[in-house]
Design a protein around this ligand. Structure first.
Ligand SMILES: O=C(O)[C@H](O)COP(=O)(O)O
Ligand SMILES: [Mn+2]
Ligand SMILES: [Mn+2]
Length: 559
């Protein structure tokens, strides 16, 4: 025990043994909803997941995965991978980035912080650039926060502002970007009336431009860099509204994948490249899809692509995105302090851990799970394996993704008996659900179920335990609904496809031959959420959870 009295040592669970191999399976974007034709999980053949639900009612339940249960501002906020995996791994509910930024903006504290003071130094002679996702999805960013920041920055001295927009269509309906750009243009026009030189300078669809994650495809970040920093893009327009309208006319165009564009003046000159002496803020609060750009903006030594120019700027993130890398080093709002995660406790108590997913979700079961911290806690106790994702495609063309490969890695890790916990994220239902392709999402759900089966079979073989859950809903409802729950139609009478996550609860199932007799879900945690899973897993490893963790979902009854 250190001088502070803190100790990593967990108490033994009074009834549950140690030493069982536990598979922790997170199905990404797998919620529970009414069975109907837009519920791809229902339509798909999913015998493994069905048997968990039907097999043992005291070992299957639903938990909340959205809103306040995962630290989001309101219960109208759908869940997402960051907050979901944070809650699963940390066992407590932390006010998340969305909420912390709301508070900092409302109180005005954001303008008193180190990060804002730092960028403010550039306002006299330089331009303030704001780069981020333009929507009200609330997953990576929010339009109303951008609006407040624009107003606040101009009131605090920013004289020249350029916004570099990334269109969404993934956390919000496809086609909504035009409206968001129009709203922003209105705000900027009002700023101009007040004498602030404010304009949109560049843009592009989030999946084409800037917002790659976990270093899957640096070309995405390069395309953004070229437009935002160098002022170069294949498409040039006089206004962003015109840009989005025109680019959406191409066959199969959608908001997520719009190509990069720059806004030019009457002489064809880009209106807002980033140059020496400027300030830059990346206004997404969520980390995963901003870390790569943050590296490009901040690191002197950088070899991921040719930056051509590396302007001397003052850069602040909305938040600090990576607590281990301390990246970026300046930020407007302090991130949630997600400390003492279950993963860290467990390695300190001898639990050897294996974690695996494919690139696009790799950081979810490692970085997010560990409280937005990259790297190992104790390298000799842990192994994290990343299976390279396909890149340059939309996942509806390969809906099986790497589910089989992930399951095989989990199988091998379990059979090696080198690990006590084998944790995976199966990405299919989420990544394919985001494409809005219902047929492909059905294939995706089946592929994830096949992977679950392989892992459960392996657990059976070694006498282990499984915990199967999800981080939020997605594939279980693929249509936008009205308040009565009826599908909404567009003006041509077609249903409006829902590419985003949902507000639905997610399943948690426990079982396996290693599960002690008498273990079942408690009935006195009816409002349980994802944060209750960590204590549950600790119990199954034979430990009591720390006192301040959300309560366990299980009890052991004598039979
Ligand atoms: O980043 C994304 O792909 C979406 O905005 C959210 O999906 P995720 O939270 O499942 O990653
Ligand atoms: Mn997810
Ligand atoms: Mn998702």
């Amino acid at each position: 025990m250190g001088s502070s009295g803190f100790s990593w040592k967990l108490n033994d669970h009074p009834k549950l043994p140690k030493g069982k191999i536990i598979a922790v399976v997170v199905l990404d974007g797998w919620g529970e909803a009414n069975p109907n034709q837009y519920n791809c999980i229902h339509v798909a053949e999913t015998p493994a997941m069905d048997s968990l639900k039907k097999g043992a009612p005291e070992k299957w339940r639903l938990v909340k995965a959205h809103g306040k249960a995962v630290g989001l501002p309101t219960d109208d906020d759908m869940g997402n991978s960051e907050v979901g995996h944070n809650a699963l791994g940390a066992g407590r509910i932390f006010a998340q980035g969305a909420k912390l930024v709301d508070l900092a903006l409302a109180s005005g504290k954001i303008y008193e912080g180190e990060g804002f003071k730092y960028i403010k130094e550039s306002f006299e002679t330089g331009t303030l650039h704001l780069i981020g996702l333009l929507s009200d999805g609330g997953v990576h960013s929010r339009l109303d926060q951008l609006q407040l920041l624009l107003k606040g920055a101009s009131e605090h001295g920013a004289k020249r502002i350029r916004v570099h927009v990334l269109t969404d269509g993934r956390d919000v309906l496809d086609g909504t970007s035009i409206g968001f750009v129009e709203t922003l243009e209105n705000d900027l026009a009002k700023l101009r009336e007040k004498g602030v030189d404010a304009q949109i300078a560049s843009g592009g669809g989030r999946m084409q431009v800037t917002m790659d994650r976990y270093e899957n495809d640096w070309d995405v970040v390069k395309r953004g860099w070229d437009a935002q920093v160098l002022g170069e893009a294949p498409h040039k327009f006089k206004s962003a509204v015109e840009a989005v309208k025109k680019l959406r006319e191409a066959p199969n165009a959608n908001d997520q994948y719009l190509p990069p564009f720059v806004i030019v003046d009457d002489n064809g000159k880009p209106v807002g490249p980033i140059v020496d002496g400027d300030a830059v803020v990346t206004f997404n609060f969520r980390a995963d899809r901003m870390v790569m750009l943050a590296k490009a903006l901040e690191y002197e030594d950088f070899d991921k692509f040719d930056r051509v120019r590396f302007p001397k700027i003052r850069y602040s993130g909305m938040l600090q995105y990576d607590g281990e890398l301390k990246l970026p080093s300046h930020y407007l709002v302090s991130p949630p302090e997600i400390d003492r995660t279950s993963g860290e406790y467990l390695v300190h108590n001898g639990v050897r851990t294996f974690a695996c997913s494919e690139t696009v979700k790799f950081g979810h079961v490692t970085f997010f799970w560990n409280g937005n911290r990259s790297g190992y806690f104790k390298q000799e106790m842990e192994e994290y394996v990343e299976i390279p994702s396909d890149f340059g495609i939309t996942f509806n063309v390969e809906p099986k993704m790497k589910a089989l490969e992930i399951a095989e890695k989990a199988r091998d890790a379990i059979l090696s008996r080198k690990f006590d916990q084998v944790r995976v994220n199966l990405p299919n239902s989420d990544m394919v659900g985001h494409t809005g392709d219902i047929e492909a999402t059905i294939v995706a759900c089946k592929a994830a179920d096949d992977a679950v089966k392989m892992i459960l079979d392996t657990i059976e073989q070694v006498g282990g335990i499984y915990v199967v859950t999800a981080d939020h809903g997605n594939a279980e409802d693929m249509v936008k609904r009205n308040k009565k729950g009826e599908p909404l139609l567009d003006k041509n009478g077609n249903i409006q496809i829902l590419t985003s996550h949902t507000l639905q609860p997610v399943p948690v199932a426990i079982g396996g031959p290693g599960l002690a007799p008498g273990v079942r879900f408690r009935e006195d945690v009816p409002d349980g959420g994802l944060a209750n899973v960590a204590a549950t897993v600790m119990n199954l490893h034979g430990f009591e959870a720390p006192a301040d963790y959300e309560s366990t979902l299980i009890e052991v009854v004598d039979n």
